[in-house]
Design a binder for this molecule. Sequence first.
Ligand SMILES: Cc1cc2nc3c(=O)[nH]c(=O)nc-3n(C[C@H](O)[C@H](O)[C@H](O)COP(=O)(O)OP(=O)(O)OC[C@H]3O[C@@H](n4cnc5c(N)ncnc54)[C@H](O)[C@@H]3O)c2cc1C
Length: 381
Amino acid sequence: MVKQYDYLVVGAGLFGSIFAREATDRGKRVLVIDRRNHIAGNVYTRDVGGIHVHEYGPHIFHTSQEYIWNYVTRFAAFNNFTLRTKASYGGRLYSLPINLYTMHQIWPDVITPADAIAKLASEVRPNPNPANLEEHMLAQVGPTLYEMFVKGYTEKQWGRSATQLPASIIKRLPVRLTMNDRYFHDSHRWEGIPIGGYTKLVENMLVGIEVKLGIDYLKDRVQLNELAHKVVYSGPIDAFFDYAEGHLEYRSLRFETEERAGDYQGNAIINYTESSVPYTRIVEHKHFEFKDTEHTVITREFPAAYTGSNEPYYPVNDAINNAIFDRYRERTASVTNVIFGGRLASYRYYDMDMTVGNALTQVEKEFGAGMEFALKKPLRK
Ligand SMILES: Cc1cc2nc3c(=O)[nH]c(=O)nc-3n(C[C@H](O)[C@H](O)[C@H](O)COP(=O)(O)OP(=O)(O)OC[C@H]3O[C@@H](n4cnc5c(N)ncnc54)[C@H](O)[C@@H]3O)c2cc1C
């Protein structure tokens, strides 16, 4: 039977859209489908009176890899936003990530890096064999910083007491002995927000490619498979195999978004680190784009259990879930004509740059020439 397409791409997120772009640019016939009614997956931004609202959580593009930056900037110009989050605790604001100025705010006598080293040495509670996250953190930074910035936030995020969480969740809490308050590591030289929003960026990736929305691949896979020689699947891996090896666990989120007048908090993100506040952060979207509008849009982010009917956001990569995932990965070897990729099929937390890297790697595996070809194309702005 003659197939209408070479590739059926399931998922119009970053992974699927990049694969679709690269396949199309190599002369392949591609159809992209998504079960949602919009493109861009979790990086989708909705335009609310000129403010681009990050519907699935705040997204800041950052990377240490020049080829990835060169790739994404083909599809949009980026502004020079750099993330500088603050923490709200006990009604006061603190500098984050924990740095010399944070310590000065807590202990005014701490003024120099040497003061900070001495203070931390007096705070920590050495423990060669910490049994859980709490003991691990007390050994690393001591009770004050742990209580203020880690305990409440992490317990909300994971829905469990820190004494029941493994130490491995936060291997090393960065404590800076300088005043550097840039959120991402300095090796991530490239950072910014696409001007016009992420939806526009993905729209530019999909120029000239057929996209059908509101179609769930798994509900109609027999007929959909008939359409193309190969499927590129970026949905949940356990759902692809009808949960034959069990359900993979995730944490979910719930967002409460409201429009207001003026400027709510003067910063893009403020974390609420104490347990008595039910949300973990407030995002004020216009600050990602330096917008000086009379209105504003804010979103409160509440961690939530994953029920199967809400969105799977953060994979719970503990030993049990990783073992289940390994069994799914083994199953993929026997599935011909399906390429798996993206955060859900890989059961990994991927930052956007890692998703781009993952997509370009799959492109290279499939077509041979990868990055070189992708980067030679003219800018699409
Ligand atoms: C709260 C949060 C904040 C984040 N912030 C940042 C950040 O600041 N910086 C950063 O670099 N990264 C961030 N990320 C990571 C970023 O969201 C991911 O790297 C990226 O969205 C992954 O793209 P993807 O294409 O793999 O997946 P997705 O964007 O999830 O796309 C997969 C698509 O597949 C569709 N789909 C699934 N199943 C089916 C099906 N059966 N049929 C049809 N369609 C289907 C889905 O509807 C979805 O649109 C954040 C992630 C989260 C959870």
